[in-house]
Design a protein around this ligand. Structure first.
Ligand code: AMP
Length: 594
């Protein structure tokens, strides 16, 4: 990026954040005037485009409300008649699910334009803080494309990142600016892909100035992978031959072009990797690295301690907030600690509104905002971007040229400040998410359904599941779901069943059954080893009574007490863990949909 380009990016940021209200109003006006005649908007606005009428008549909706329209488009009806006038280039697959399947978000050429503008602004900020790292240097970004899904109408549904990897401008800069060859990003086997991307990162270690991936969980997983495979990687570098188990032809071709025998490099890496502690390993292996670029907020905050251990003081840069629905925030202070990161909304991407949350967010001991489960919306209507209040929590609504009108993204944010006239926010959490060890979102209803299906397997054994709860365990990487079960015999409950008497085969089937009945994203992440095997921990009888006593001492009302479906408190988890009598893991990956 030339100096004047970078300066113009910073200038643009100032202008956008100063003129936020005007830009937002103009954007809404354009969206409405383009799309007022669609079947959806026509029903509420009768062809008019007035902002006040929009706020009065157009309902606030979730994906479920728009789904019938989106399904009709996916099945071949013209999108321009139904929801949005701009031609669709496909759908984005959101990590949220609806009825167990990923949400399909209509995508137009306009979204590519928004991404390009965002990239320009983001790069300008990075140059401001780290200099132009693209000069004679490379980024070791771990990137994994996902296969597209074709809808009955022939439109492709792809992950937003996969669409970006396929873009011609990305392909053009890839060999010069990134260590991963194109073929490794598109290798359908994630293990082979990760092995090769790390291998190519190692052989280009002298050029690497930035390491990252979209989410922190992937960076941690990659370092763990390296920890388990460095001897083999070094042997490949020594001989200049890639391992036989790398069967993907694209990966092998890339290796045949780039991998040459290099004894000296292999010895050096072996030396570094064989040291006792892996503290600061990233810095030792890639000594020119200036920062780790990866999202560390929200569900990813749980991975930052481990990442900090590996990166030896390198800054963790959580640069942006983005979602398939089009909302985009940018971190103007990339050097601040992950727990302090605030994002600034970009007012030119979508039209935002904010529904305030009645019960404020609480702050825990690590100064992290957390969503109070009892939050409710206030009766007041949603407010515009520039009218949010400092310190207040809100649910984000977006209206976009992609056919989403007053759409609840499902994210809760807390306003932490303003840059010019534009609010800055901390990401608080997702609504209705009980468990999430990576970017998957599992609701209480999902857990309930999974347990209901699995517990039926206990019936023929004369056992009943009396109580259960769950936890997302990220103490090892990848994280996994732990379901605590208290079991008793149907009759003769004095005859305590303990772990040894439980049939391990049946218990493992229970684990697998739960995984099979969880939603699409969970099963896909599990298959790709982004989530480890689900575990059932059987606890002694009476454990859930102790758990209740604990919650009562903490102020819960005994008469209204319900066992939480998911446990967040460390003390409560200790109560459960200290009474575990048996542990069982799912022995296979869950069944995938065709
Ligand atoms: P997707 O629907 O797959 O596009 O995922 C987008 C969602 O990921 C957002 O709605 C957020 O819930 C989450 N997300 C994206 N960026 C961040 C971030 N920087 N910090 C925390 N969560 C994020």
């Amino acid at each position: 990026m030339a100096t004047n380009d970078y300066e113009s990016g910073l200038k643009m940021l100032e202008e956008l954040t100063t003129d936020a209200q005007q830009i937002q109003d103009q954007l809404l006006g354009e969206i409405l005037s383009k799309n007022a005649e669609t079947e959806y908007l026509q029903g509420f606005l009768h062809g008019q485009t007035d902002k006040q009428l929009f706020k009065k008549n157009v309902p606030i909706v979730t994906y479920e409300h728009l789904k019938p329209y989106i399904d009709r488009i996916a099945n071949g009806e013209a999108s321009s008649d139904l929801l949005l006038v701009e031609p669709l280039i496909g759908f984005s697959l959101s990590s949220g699910t609806s009825g167990g399947l990923p949400k399909l978000i209509p995508t137009t050429a306009e979204s590519a334009h928004i991404t390009a503008t965002f990239n320009k602004l983001y790069r300008s900020l990075m140059i401001k803080h780290f200099g132009d790292i693209n000069q004679a240097s490379k980024r070791m970004e771990l990137m994994f494309a996902k296969p597209d899904v074709e809808t009955p109408s022939g439109l492709k549904a792809s992950a937003v990142s996969t669409r970006a990897f396929k873009g011609s401008s990305f392909k053009a800069i890839l060999p010069k600016l990134y260590t991963s060859p194109f073929e490794t990003i598109f290798c359908p086997d994630t293990k082979q892909s990760m092995y090769c991307q790390i291998l190519f990162g190692l052989i280009q270690r002298d050029e690497v100035v930035m390491i990252g991936s979209i989410f922190a969980s992937t960076v941690v997983r990659s370092i763990k992978f390296l920890e388990n495979n460095w001897k083999e990687l070094c042997s490949n570098i020594k001989t200049g031959q890639i391992s036989e188990w790398i069967t993907d032809s694209g990966c092998r071709n890339a290796a045949s072009l780039m991998l040459k025998p290099n004894l000296e490099l292999a010895d050096l890496i072996e030396d570094v990797c064989s040291c006792k502690s892996w503290e600061g390993i990233i810095r030792k292996l890639w000594p020119k690295t200036k920062y780790i670029g990866t999202v560390c907020t929200g569900a990813m905050l749980q991975y930052t301690a481990e990442l900090e251990f590996y990166c030896g003081g390198l800054p963790l840069v959580s640069g942006f907030y983005a979602c398939s629905e089009g909302a985009v925030g940018i971190n103007l202070e990339p050097l601040c600690k992950p727990s302090d990161v605030s994002y600034t909304f970009l007012p030119n991407t979508v039209y935002y509104e904010f529904l305030s949350i009645k019960e404020d967010c609480v702050t825990d001991s690590q100064n992290q905002v957390q969503l109070n489960a009892m939050s409710h919306h206030e009766d007041t209507g949603p407010v515009d971007l520039v009218n949010v209040k400092l310190g207040q929590c809100y649910e984000v609504l977006v209206t976009s040229s992609m056919g989403l009108y007053r759409y609840r993204v499902g994210d809760i944010i807390k306003v932490t400040g303003f840059h010019n006239n534009t609010p800055q926010f901390q990401f608080v959490g997702r609504q209705n998410v009980a468990l999430g060890v990576d970017m998957e979102r599992t609701s209480e209803a999902d857990i309930l359904k999974a347990v209901a299906e699995a517990k039926a397997l206990l019936d023929p054994l004369g056992l009943i599941l009396t109580e259960y709860t769950s936890d997302g365990d990220t103490s090892s990487t990848p994280g996994h779901y732990v379901i605590f079960w208290e079991i008793k015999p149907k009759e003769g409950n004095n005859n305590n069943k303990n772990g040894k008497e439980l049939d391990p085969k049946v218990m493992e089937q229970c684990c697998s059954k739960m995984e099979d009945s969880l939603h699409f994203t969970y099963r896909m992440y599990r298959k790709e080893n982004m989530i480890a095997a689900l575990e059932i921990r059987v606890v002694k009888q009476g454990t859930f009574e102790s758990l209740m006593e604990y919650f009562v001492t903490k102020g819960a009302s005994l008469s209204q007490y319900k066992t939480p479906i998911c446990i967040k408190s460390k003390e409560a988890l200790n109560i459960l863990d200290s009474r575990v009598i048996a542990k069982f893991f799912s022995p296979r990956t869950p069944i995938q949909d065709n």
